[in-house]
Design a protein around this ligand. Structure first.
Ligand SMILES: [Zn+2]
Length: 285
């Protein structure tokens, strides 16, 4: 069975010159997960773990290279991974380059909203083969409602590509730019753009799922969320708008995958949708 991981990073997305060298991937759950992050009852108490997540995220960045990713995909039977550029820290050109060498990797581009040449850049990246646009308001330090962001979204809406937004709190950058109230404005302005809300709002999955339920053009990935929340999302949104994602290297690809397999044990149709069909349709595979 084909499995696409919708949410994967290569390189140093934090822009702190962290090494992404050849250190072999350790294949063990991150500290945060070991401490019970995927615990539906912890909720916003997880904010207390903030310093731990920051140090864990920096530590995991060292594994963010293509050879470790290919090992991880083999280990977890993931057949394709979507690689997310985050400009200016991880350039679209570098992601396109890696994906050209590895046919199992699918590029999503990034353009910084404050980039003076954002229109031309987006057009050239689309011509070069990106399958979607990644926006990270927290790391890029631009509010989703900033006029420059809305301009970029306006431009993206002219092309038939999905826009994958980081949503919810983020460990490094402007954490509050991922909070839910910003996204209401975005959704009111762009009812036709296909959005993927990564992480389902992280610590705010309940309100985010409510918001997504009101907008048919919004999808979400399952990275970081525990079983109970993913089940709730399936109940509220139906199986068609849920996409398997890991946020590798920050989580094991197998962690999120095992949860989906568990939830869809008796429903192979739903499993195929979440692991492959939904995203394949979005990116027109
Ligand atoms: Zn991510």
């Amino acid at each position: 069975m084909n499995i696409i991981d919708t949410h994967v990073h290569l390189g140093d997305i934090y822009g702190k010159d962290l090494k992404t060298d050849k250190t072999p991937y350790p294949f063990k759950p991150n500290t945060y997960e070991q401490l019970g992050y995927r615990n539906i009852y912890l909720g916003k108490l997880n904010y207390l773990f903030k310093p731990l997540i920051v140090s864990s995220a920096k530590a995991m960045t060292q594994y963010a290279n293509a050879s470790n990713l290919i090992d991880s995909m083999e280990e977890s039977n993931v057949t394709q991974s979507i690689i997310l550029a985050v400009e200016p820290n991880v350039s679209t050109d570098s992601v396109l380059n890696i994906c050209q060498k590895n046919p199992a990797l699918i590029p999503f581009g990034s353009v910084h909203p404050y980039d003076q040449k954002k229109r031309e850049k987006l057009k050239s990246y689309i011509q070069a083969g990106i399958k979607g646009l990644k926006i990270h308001p927290v790391i890029q330090k631009v509010s989703p409602t900033d006029p420059a962001m809305l301009e970029l979204l306006e431009e993206a809406s002219q092309y038939d590509i999905p826009v994958l937004f980081h949503t919810g709190w983020g460990s490094i950058g402007r954490g509050n730019y991922g909070f839910m109230y910003h996204f209401k404005v975005v959704l009111d302005n762009f009812p036709k753009t296909k959005f993927i809300f990564a992480h389902m709002g992280f610590y705010e999955p309940g309100p985010f799922i409510e918001l997504i339920a009101k907008h048919d053009n919004v999808f979400c990935d399952t990275s970081w969320q525990p079983e109970g929340i993913i089940k709730k999302a399936i109940d509220k949104l139906g199986g068609e708008r849920i996409l398997y994602g890991s946020d590798w290297p920050y989580n094991l690809q197998s962690s999120s995958l095992n949860i989906i397999n568990k939830i869809t044990k008796t429903n192979t149709d739903l499993r195929e949708k979440i692991l492959y069909k939904n995203v394949a349709e979005l990116i027109k595979l």
